[in-house]
Design a protein around this ligand. Structure first.
Ligand code: 5RP
Length: 239
């Protein structure tokens, strides 16, 4: 089976968690895209759900499939969010933001009773950090913020290579919220909690792509089917 088929299998497993009447957060990226496609089919068959997208891209896709959409201003409490990840470890600590939607993804996930991560088995790692960590920053004072990130991560003893993400048509990439993204290549992040806390202290940093203690479970497609990983942060009754 191919990576694409693993993604579809994971998305299908997440779809089984969706019930009539649920309010659902829709992630962003190629795996979330598969979930939205499958959800669209269920909606055509009569499933009644109300969804909050995490990006313009997912919003357009869902709207085209006839999925009813709302916003967190209308519906601030959601039942479930289904989203992909760039990396995850067995404690369900995630790196997200490869698709540039990390801030909205985190807001939507944290507005949900449960965040369920879907992905293919290439996303599962022993130690986070091979995938460059996206950090969303304010456009104001970009150079100063870069210096602060560099100094901070130096203090933490992390090897670093910081790149401001560029867009395909030249210039810096801007998120749906109009911010820049700094992709921080660390190679390994031995202490994701410490790094997330330190980055959060910098005034120019809007948020980092480290999602810790947010995902309730992960559904990972691979050669043995879809494997379920449950967060150690969850109480037994959620499982
Ligand atoms: C977007 C994200 C995506 O969930 C992440 O990049 C995974 O994408 P894909 O499913 O295409 O591998 O965080 O901001």
């Amino acid at each position: 089976m191919s990576t694409q088929e693993y993604k579809v299998a994971a998305a299908q497993a997440a779809l089984d968690l969706i019930e009539d009447g649920m309010k659902v957060g829709l992630g962003t990226g190629s795996t979330a895209e598969q979930f939205i496609n499958l959800l669209g089919e269920r909606v055509k068959d009569g499933l009644d759900v109300l969804c909050v997208p995490t990006s313009k891209t997912s919003e357009i896709q869902a709207a085209n499939l006839g999925i009813a959409l709302t916003t967190l201003d209308e519906e601030p409490f959601l039942d479930i969010t289904v989203d992909g990840a760039d990396e995850l470890d067995k404690d369900l600590r995630l790196i997200k933001g490869g698709g540039g939607a990390l801030l909205r993804e985190k807001i939507v996930a944290m507005s949900s009773d449960r965040m369920v991560v879907i992905g293919d088995n290439s996303k599962l790692v022993d130690t986070l950090g091979k995938f460059p960590l996206p950090v969303e920053v304010d456009r104001f004072g970009l150079r100063a913020t870069l210096e602060m990130i560099a100094a901070l991560t130096d203090e933490l003893g992390l090897h670093q290579d910081l790149q401001v993400r560029e867009s395909e048509d030249g210039g810096f990439y801007q998120t749906d919220g109009g911010h820049y993204i700094v992709d921080c290549s660390y190679g390994v992040i031995p202490d994701p909690e410490e790094l997330a806390d330190c980055l959060a202290m910098l005034p120019g940093v809007i948020d980092s792509g480290l999602f810790i203690g947010i995902a309730e479970r992960a559904l990972i497609g691979g050669p043995n089917g879809v494997e379920v990983y449950v967060s150690p942060y969850e109480d037994e009754e959620m499982v």
